[in-house]
Design a protein around this ligand. Structure first.
Ligand code: NGS
Length: 283
């Protein structure tokens, strides 16, 4: 079967390895919040992309393949701003990457964690990714030294967010943007599927990481800086603290191995791979 990747993967065997750290990094990058670009503008501007929102360096081979997974619903403008920012950002880092947008079809509460689990499973059906970056659509990295790779340990990436005065809200936080290797994510059984509505699923992942004797790594606060796009906050899930408490005993049963969903649509646009899913509603 032919896929968007095959040609590149075959040629790549004849090329030298890319340097571990790109020579094109600069530091602080410009953030643009308006005007919101159109899909056509971005497709034109990023004509160097390959189908599915994929790119890899042409002259050298990157050893690790990165999937960026975005849980999504009803934030079209943010997605356009995100894509406008991220494609040049990831290219400058000389990564082999693909952007996946996981959209929840159902009305009712959003399940960010299940969408990320599904992103992991569906992405691996397409290609052997080594590294997953789970990314809120409203966070834009401000410094290109913040590498979108997976280190030895799970990495919390959105350390310093402008809306929170560029301070880490609390030490165990794992929300916003995080990077976990394919291997570790499997070991952790992914995220819990039991968090419906805002809050808690990232804290549960933080607990899973500790439970498996892994730890959360972070870049320094001066590098891991993000701008948050403004939006009305979703209403918090009133049960999240209970679910979080009960979840401690369910790590092995609630996660990748307990997902029920249906893929309604899967499409490779130039800017991203779009996967529309229907989740099994909460009990
Ligand atoms: C905690 C939430 C997390 C959330 C974090 C940061 O209170 O899910 O705040 O929030 N945990 C619970 O509700 C149990 S944020 O900075 O996005 O406003 O990620």
């Amino acid at each position: 079967a032919t896929s968007m990747y095959s040609e590149n993967d075959i040629i790549s065997t004849n090329r030298p390895s890319c340097p571990d750290i790109s020579q094109y990094l600069y530091g602080k990058v410009h953030i643009s919040k308006h005007p919101v670009p159109s899909v056509q503008t971005l497709q034109h501007r990023f004509a160097w992309l390959r189908a599915g929102g994929h790119w890899s360096p042409l002259n050298c081979t990157v050893n690790k393949k990165v999937a960026i997974v975005i849980p999504f619903r009803c934030r079209a403008e943010h997605l356009l701003l995100f894509l406008q920012h991220m494609h040049p950002f990831l290219k400058k880092q000389q990564l082999d990457y693909t952007i996946f947008v996981l959209e929840q079809d159902n009305k009712g509460p959003f399940n960010r964690a299940s969408l990320m689990n599904i992103g992991y499973i569906e992405a691996l059906k397409l290609r052997k990714f080594d590294c997953f970056i789970f990314h809120d659509v409203d966070l834009l990295p401000e410094d290109d030294r913040n590498l979108y790779t997976c280190p030895e340990q799970p990495r919390h990436m959105s350390v310093a967010v402008d809306m929170f005065s560029y301070k880490l809200p609390y030490p165990a936080i794992f929300g916003g943007v995080s990077a976990i290797s394919t291997e570790h994510f499997k070991l952790l059984n992914g995220f819990s599927n039991s968090f419906w509505g805002w809050g808690g699923e990232d804290d549960d992942m933080s607990n899973r990481i500790r439970h498996h004797h892994l730890y959360i790594s972070r870049y320094p606060i001066a590098i891991a800086r993000y701008t948050m796009l403004r939006h009305r906050k979703d209403s918090p899930n009133p049960h999240r603290f209970n679910v979080l408490k009960k979840g401690q005993k369910l790590f092995d049963r609630d996660g990748l191995n307990s997902l029920t969903y249906e893929v309604l649509m899967e499409k490779e646009t130039l800017l991203y791979t779009w996967i529309l899913v229907k989740l099994k509603p909460p009990p």
